[in-house]
Design a protein around this ligand. Structure first.
Ligand SMILES: C[S@@+](CC[C@H](N)C(=O)[O-])C[C@H]1O[C@@H](n2cnc3c(N)ncnc32)[C@H](O)[C@@H]1O
Length: 282
């Protein structure tokens, strides 16, 4: 009889499988996938190297490893991603929140006062990462999170419930600011809209798994900003902040200024790339 497969054997097989499929950092990825499939912390995995794997554990590891081998993002496979130290449910149909987007949250918190009742619109909300982070940090804020995709809206609603913020965060389906009734006051508009040049999308790995509605910014990447910024500048009583692509700073700053916003600034992310444009209502 052959020796039973141990945790270490399974780890090595998984690593080899991922390496063969050109997944970066195959050892690390194998550790993450197996620790999740076996229901243990990564450290426990090391402590259990010599333990035989049960048939149920082997079965539980198969599908996640196969999906990762096809290049599917790890966050979709485990169904969650951390953003602003909060856990967000993610999966096919919604964009995975990126660490760069925390630059937008930080920039918004610099301007939004800590102790006032404010009304914030998170336009193009996806999982709700930005709006929910702001709601957490500003306990008197009311947030309208708008989202066009029916599929993404379901993740948004579940994330609002996950963080028990349903009293202060409304999930609304529709185009940009239109789902927010015009008579409702709005102080701030924040948004991470789709901004990738449509021509580049087919060559990008991100577009293989994440929804094109979340990424496609039209022929020059600026199509959504051209509609959003004038509308946001009209409605926000205090200011507007948007995430941008690294080469869109000057163009988006120009749109802010044309919309009559003042004190317009381009801010960089931790990697030193232009990432946010913000401006105040005159
Ligand atoms: C780049 S993702 C950002 C998601 C989330 N705010 C984040 O930062 O992780 C853009 C989101 O906008 C949504 N969207 C695209 N066009 C829209 C529109 N016209 N109105 C509202 N939402 C839209 C997409 O479905 C997607 O969820």
């Amino acid at each position: 009889m052959s020796a039973p497969l141990t945790v270490l054997d399974l780890l090595k097989k998984t690593q080899a499988f991922l390496a063969e499929r050109k997944i970066p950092n195959p050892r690390f990825e194998a550790e993450l996938l197996l620790s999740t499939a076996l229901g243990m912390e990564r450290l426990q995995l090391f402590l259990n190297y010599d333990r035989p794997v049960t048939p149920a554990e082997l079965e539980a590891s198969r599908e996640p490893v196969r999906r990762r081998g096809r290049g599917e993002p790890y966050a979709y496979i485990v169904g969650q991603r951390e953003f602003w130290s909060m856990s967000f449910e993610v999966g096919p149909g919604v964009l995975i929140p990126r660490p760069d987007t925390e630059t937008l949250v930080t920039a918004a918190l610099e301007w939004i006062p800590a102790d006032a009742e404010v009304f914030i619109a998170d336009v193009c909300a996806g999982t709700g990462a930005i709006g929910l982070a702001l709601a957490k940090e500003r306990p008197q804020a009311k947030v309208y999170a708008t989202e066009l995709s029916a599929e993404a809206l379901e993740y948004l609603k579940r994330n609002v419930a996950r963080h028990a913020l349903g009293e202060r965060v409304a999930s609304l389906r529709g185009d940009l600011l239109t789902p927010i009734p015009p008579h409702r006051p709005l102080d701030w508009v924040v948004s991470n809209p789709p901004y990738i040049n449509a021509g580049l999308l087919p060559s990008l790995d991100v577009a293989k798994f994440e929804p094109s509605l979340a990424l496609d910014g039209g022929e020059d990447g600026l199509v959504v900003y051209r509609r959003l910024i004038p509308e946001a500048a009209r409605r926000a009583r205090q200011g507007v902040l948007v995430e941008i692509g690294h080469d869109q700073g000057a163009a988006v700053k120009g749109l802010f200024e044309s919309a009559g916003l003042v004190d317009v600034e381009i801010l960089r992310d931790l990697a030193g790339n232009d990432r946010v444009v913000r401006g105040r209502r005159a």
